[in-house]
Design a protein around this ligand. Structure first.
Ligand code: HEC
Ligand code: HEC
Ligand code: HEC
Ligand code: HEC
Ligand code: HEC
Length: 185
C-alpha cells in the first residue's frame, strides 16, 4: 500500500470513529451502574467456540456501542437478531480493512451471505421461550448473558437455559412457575 493511500485510510477511519464516539458520549445510558446477575454461572465453563470471524464484544462495546446497534427484537419477539454484515461494514469499509479477519468479513458482505456465526445459547426445543416478555418486564441482557462488555470471545458463561435458572428468577420476580407456562403439550 502506498503512503498516501494509507494515510487516507487512517484519516477516514479516525473520522468515522470520532463521529461515532461523539454519538456514544451523547448517550448517558452508557454510564449506567453494573446490572445485577440473576442466573448462576455455568459450572461447566465451556470455552468459546471457534467463530468464522473472531468478533470481540469487549473491544466493540469499549467504543460505546449499544447492544441494540447489532441485536434487535423484531416481532413476534421470541428471537434477537444477529447484525447484518452491512452494519459491520459501515465501519470496516475503512477501519482495519487490510486485516485478514476484515478481508474475510468483506467477502461475506460482497457475496451478501450472512456470517455463519456458531450459536452459543439455545434452549431445549419445545420449551416455551421468548425474549419479548422479559425485555418488557425490564430484565436486562446482562442478567441472563453475564458481563458481555468484558468478553473477548462470547461463550456460554451463564446457566440461563437450565430449568433451575428459569424457575429461580421467576420465583424472585413473581413470574409464572406453573409447568405449562414453559411446557405445552
Ligand atoms: C458490533 C455489533 C455487536 C454489538 C454492539 C453487540 N453484539 Fe452481541 N453479538 C455480535 C455478533 C457478531 C455475535 C455473534 C458472534 C459471537 O458469538 O461473538 C454476537 C453474539 C452475541 C450473543 C450470543 C448469541 C448466541 O446464542 O449465539 C449474545 C448473548 C450477545 N451477542 C449479547 C450481546 C449483548 C448483551 C450486547 C450489549 C451489551 C451485545 N451483544 C452487543 C455483535 C454485537
Ligand atoms: C462503530 C464502528 C464499528 C462497527 C459497527 C464494527 N466494528 Fe469491528 N472494529 C472497529 C474498530 C475501531 C476496531 C479496532 C481496529 C484496530 O484495532 O485497528 C475494530 C476491530 C475489529 C476486528 C479486529 C480486526 C483486527 O484483526 O485487528 C474484527 C475482527 C472486527 N472489528 C469485526 C467486526 C464485526 C464482525 C462487526 C459487525 C458484527 C464489527 N466489527 C462492527 C469498529 C467497528
Ligand atoms: C431472561 C433472560 C434473558 C434476557 C433478559 C436476554 N436474553 Fe438473550 N437469550 C436468552 C436465552 C434463554 C436465549 C436462547 C434462546 C433460544 O434458544 O433461541 C437467548 C438468546 C440470545 C441470542 C441468540 C439469538 C436468539 O434469540 O436465540 C442473542 C443474540 C441474545 N440472546 C441477545 C440478547 C440481548 C442483546 C439481550 C438484551 C437486549 C438479551 N439477549 C436479553 C435469555 C435472555
Ligand atoms: C432474569 C430473570 C428471568 C429469567 C432468567 C427467566 N425469566 Fe422468564 N420471565 C421473567 C419475568 C420477570 C417475566 C414476566 C412476568 C410478567 O410479565 O408478569 C417472565 C416471563 C416469562 C414467560 C411468559 C409467561 C406468561 O405466559 O406470561 C415465559 C414463557 C418465560 N418467562 C419463560 C422463561 C424460560 C423458559 C426461561 C429460562 C430459559 C426464563 N423464562 C428465564 C423473568 C425471568
Ligand atoms: C420458567 C420455565 C419453566 C417452568 C415453569 C418449568 N420448566 Fe421444565 N424446563 C424448562 C427448561 C428451560 C427446560 C430445559 C432444561 C435444559 O435444557 O437443561 C426444562 C426441562 C424440563 C424437563 C426435562 C425435559 C427433557 O426432555 O429433558 C422436565 C421433565 C421438566 N422440565 C418438567 C417440568 C415440570 C414438571 C414443571 C412444573 C413443576 C416445569 N418443568 C416447569 C423450563 C421450565
Amino acid at each position: 500500500m502506498n503512503r498516501r493511500k494509507g494515510s487516507f485510510t487512517l484519516v477516514a477511519a479516525a473520522a468515522i470513529l470520532a463521529a461515532f464516539l461523539f454519538a456514544a458520549f451523547a448517550l448517558p445510558a452508557q454510564q449506567a451502574p453494573a446490572v445485577p446477575r440473576m442466573v448462576p454461572d455455568n459450572p461447566l465453563h465451556p470455552a468459546p467456540p471457534a467463530q468464522p470471524i473472531p468478533f470481540s464484544h469487549k473491544k466493540h462495546l469499549g467504543f460505546g456501542l449499544q447492544c441494540q446497534k447489532c441485536h434487535t427484537n423484531p416481532d413476534p419477539g421470541a428471537l434477537m437478531t444477529f447484525p447484518a454484515t452491512g452494519t459491520c461494514m459501515s465501519c470496516h469499509a475503512a477501519i482495519a480493512k487490510n486485516k485478514p479477519a476484515i478481508l474475510k468479513l468483506a467477502e461475506f458482505a460482497k457475496s451478501q451471505k450472512p456470517v455463519p456465526w456458531v450459536r452459543i445459547y439455545a434452549v431445549l426445543p419445545g420449551v416455551t421461550w421468548s425474549h419479548r416478555p422479559h425485555l418488557r418486564a425490564g430484565m436486562k441482557c446482562e442478567m441472563c448473558h453475564g458481563p458481555v462488555a468484558q468478553m473477548e470471545a462470547m461463550a456460554e458463561t451463564t446457566s440461563v437455559k437450565t430449568m433451575f435458572s428459569c424457575l429461580d428468577c421467576h420465583q424472585k420476580n413473581n413470574a409464572k412457575t406453573v409447568c405449562d407456562a414453559c411446557h405445552k403439550n
